[in-house]
Write a protein that binds this ligand. Structure first.
Ligand code: SF4
Length: 334
């Protein structure tokens, strides 16, 4: 459905390039929810923007490519790349950016935000017909039709996020990208949003990519998961497999830091901070924080090893396992 091959993207800043995404191989399959996890600043939101073809200065792709399969009206498939993908926004690929409050136009009623989006693709439909379709869709998502008359500030944070999901999925895109869809929401609302995302994905039978720093969100909703650290995708595989058999020390530490029901032990954070992406260190980027680091970790970059079915991880501790070829790396890395 969506494939990233050796993708590297950076920000051109006055003090030099910030290499936010470095040599990422990833394949998003049809009819799955793929999660991307990692600390703030690890490149996950940049990766989502690049997938969406939302490439504006100072962001640029400087290596690799993104390809998206586009299904034509006659059922045939063509492939579009970065620079073309934006032509299919909303219809084929849509994006739920971070921060529902700031994304919607504060002086426009929700109804008009829907019209602005839908009218580009349904030019022959009258406003009355479009509104009937929108109301019908909101009902299917169990949202009250009166949200259409509201301004964004009149809706609660959870309702704004639901409206954004409705807007992003109204035209039945084949892939939806969501950036931190539950951030700043309380746990009850968060659960409702996750349920809505999962139901919508099942209903449309499409693909979703969900970026979240919260491993609990990934556990609840994603089918496969990729872990990013300092611009690199360091582990990827089926979500349950990663939670049961995390292979990279960073993934193990992320999972160990999760609170669990009935477990009152003190949770440890991961000491230290990620390296600067202006001038990343050679070797493994996690070496400064890794309790298992050896000398060669600081000089040699680890290969990507197969650690399970469709599950790969990049760490020298896995030397001896089968390294994945570049093509296989694309699959195992997502
Ligand atoms: Fe730790 Fe070395 Fe593995 Fe990096 S390669 S995660 S430093 S053991």
């Amino acid at each position: 459905m969506l494939e990233l091959k050796h993708l590297s993207a950076r920000y051109d800043t006055v003090s030099g390039y910030v290499n936010a995404v470095d040599d990422v191989n990833l394949t998003i399959k049809r009819n799955e929810i793929f999660g991307i996890a990692g600390e703030s600043g690890c490149g996950k939101s940049t990766l989502l923007k690049v997938m969406y073809d939302l490439i504006q200065f100072p962001l640029e792709i400087f290596r690799g490519e993104v390809s998206l399969e586009c299904r034509n009206k006659d059922g045939s498939i063509t492939v579009c790349h970065s620079g073309e993908i934006h032509k299919s926004w909303w219809q084929l690929i849509s994006y739920i950016p971070q921060g529902a409050m700031h994304v919607m136009n504060p002086v426009t009623r929700v109804r008009n935000q829907f019209f602005d989006t839908v009218s580009k693709y349904h030019k022959r439909r009258s406003k009355r017909e479009m509104e009937a379709d929108i109301v019908q869709y909101l009902r299917e998502l169990e949202l009250p039709a009166d949200v259409l008359g509201a301004y964004p500030h009149q809706l609660s944070g959870g309702m704004r996020q639901r409206v954004l999901i409705a807007l992003a999925t109204f035209l039945s895109p084949e892939i939806v990208l969501a950036d931190e869809p539950t951030t700043a929401l309380d746990v009850v609302v968060q659960r409702g949003i996750l349920t809505m995302l999962k139901r919508t994905q099942k209903r449309l039978g499409n693909s979703m990519v969900i970026v979240s720093h919260d491993m609990g969100v990934h556990y609840q909703i994603t089918d496969r998961l990729g872990i990013m650290y300092a611009g690199k995708l360091i582990e990827a595989g089926p979500t349950m497999d990663i939670f049961e058999r995390p292979s990279h020390p960073y993934t193990r530490m992320l999972i160990a830091a999760l609170p669990r029901l009935g477990d009152s032990s003190q949770k440890e954070g991961i000491p230290g901070t990620p390296p600067s992406l202006r001038n990343p260190p050679p070797g493994c980027r996690f070496a400064e924080r890794c309790p298992e680091a050896a000398e060669h970790c600081r000089t040699a970059e680890p290969l990507n090893y197969q650690v399970g079915k469709d599950h790969g991880a990049s760490c020298h501790l896995l030397d001896g396992k089968v390294p994945l070829s570049e093509d296989e790396g694309g699959q195992a890395h997502g």
